[in-house]
Design a protein around this ligand. Structure first.
Ligand code: GAL
Length: 337
């Protein structure tokens, strides 16, 4: 009898607990966001956690698109895309690039598509995605760049090709489009010891042979931005999923020379980039010198649960600095020094 009562009680608890939890989760998670909360859980407009790691953002008209790795606990499941008008609230638009069901494909399910970035090509009218591709079952050996195209920002993207740019290994990467429309691929090469830059072809689908070594300092997670005619480059050290110290370089020319400015993070935990790793720097239009530093705080035990750190880049005495803020909104940019 006692056993039966325990069983009954157990059933009631098991039945009621998740329901109560689910209600609380959806009522809070569907609330409209009005601020960035770095490192906190970030839900999309449907109340699901945003799954877009190692990502980047593209602005099309007045809509932002956020592309990033769709992660399961460990596996990578393609590239997700979200849209937003205000940068705080993101609508899930689906999988922009889906791994292939054909086991012979370079992007066969089980491959790794990391750090996807999308740019728009004015001449061809196509959205072009570049990503770091690792072939299924080969860990990080292939070290290739992959390219896909789409007619719409939400995709579907069609896989085009993958290669080692000009024969160089290519792992962590970013893209940068300059004011004249020329686009560049910046990538970690030679087992991540070298950081290289290649100018892309006019259609953005291939690297040109204008490809050179920027420096050999064993850096990765590159993110380039331009302010006041100067180019800035954020990178991380190479410690896998574990955080390390960021560094900032500046140059008058994308191909260098790049001068080291040091670590732009300040305050507690700055030496570990607040637990994150750079992925992209987003210029915010309509505001002077407004840039958002985007980073991933990886959780290698459950990659989909990795968190996002979005922080404002502030120009103090002309130098970009990135302070830690628990919470902030775009109004912060008008308060700059
Ligand atoms: C990091 C890299 C990530 C991912 C990870 C795997 O260094 O930045 O994108 O490749 O290694 O360990």
């Amino acid at each position: 009898m006692k056993q039966f009562l325990y069983l009954l009680l157990g059933c009631c608890l098991a039945w009621s607990a998740p329901t109560a939890k689910a209600q609380t989760a959806s009522s809070t998670s569907k609330a409209k966001n009005t601020a960035f909360k770095p490192g906190e859980l970030w839900y999309d407009t449907e109340g699901n956690l945003i799954n877009a790691h190692g990502g980047g953002v593209l602005l099309v008209g007045n809509t932002y698109y956020w592309y990033g790795e769709k992660r399961a606990q460990h596996q990578e499941e393609g590239v997700n895309v979200y849209s937003s008008k205000d940068l705080y609230n993101w609508k899930y638009e689906g999988v922009a690039l889906t791994p292939a069901t054909d086991a012979q494909s370079d992007i066969a399910a089980g491959c790794l598509m990391e750090r996807p970035k999308v740019i728009y090509n004015q001449k061809t009218g196509k959205y072009v995605m570049w990503f770091h591709l690792e072939l299924k079952g080969q860990s990080y050996k292939a070290a290739r760049a992959g390219v896909a195209v789409a007619d719409k920002p939400t995709g579907p993207f069609r896989y085009v090709s993958s290669f080692r740019p000009n024969g160089n290994m290519s792992r962590d990467m970013g893209l940068f489009v300059d004011d004249d429309g020329a686009a560049y691929h910046i990538y970690s090469s030679r087992e991540n010891y070298d950081l290289r830059l290649a100018r892309l072809s006019a259609d953005y689908l291939t690297p040109t042979t204008q490809d050179s070594l920027l420096f050999a300092k064993h850096r990765e997670a590159p993110a380039v931005f331009k302010q006041g005619g100067k180019y800035y480059l954020l990178t991380s050290g190479c410690t896998g999923w574990a955080p390390n110290e960021a560094s900032l370089h500046v140059a008058d020319n994308l191909f260098g020379p790049w001068q080291l400015l040091g670590d732009p993070m300040t305050g507690p935990n700055a030496k570990l980039t607040y637990g994150g790793q750079s992925t992209y720097v987003l210029p915010v239009p309509g505001k002077k010198d407004a840039y958002i530093f985007m980073a991933d705080r990886w959780n290698p035990k459950d990659l989909k649960d990795s968190r996002y750190l979005w922080l404002p880049v502030q120009f103090k005495a002309g130098q970009p600095t990135i302070d830690w803020l628990e919470q902030w909104d775009l109004g912060h940019f008008s308060k700059q020094l």
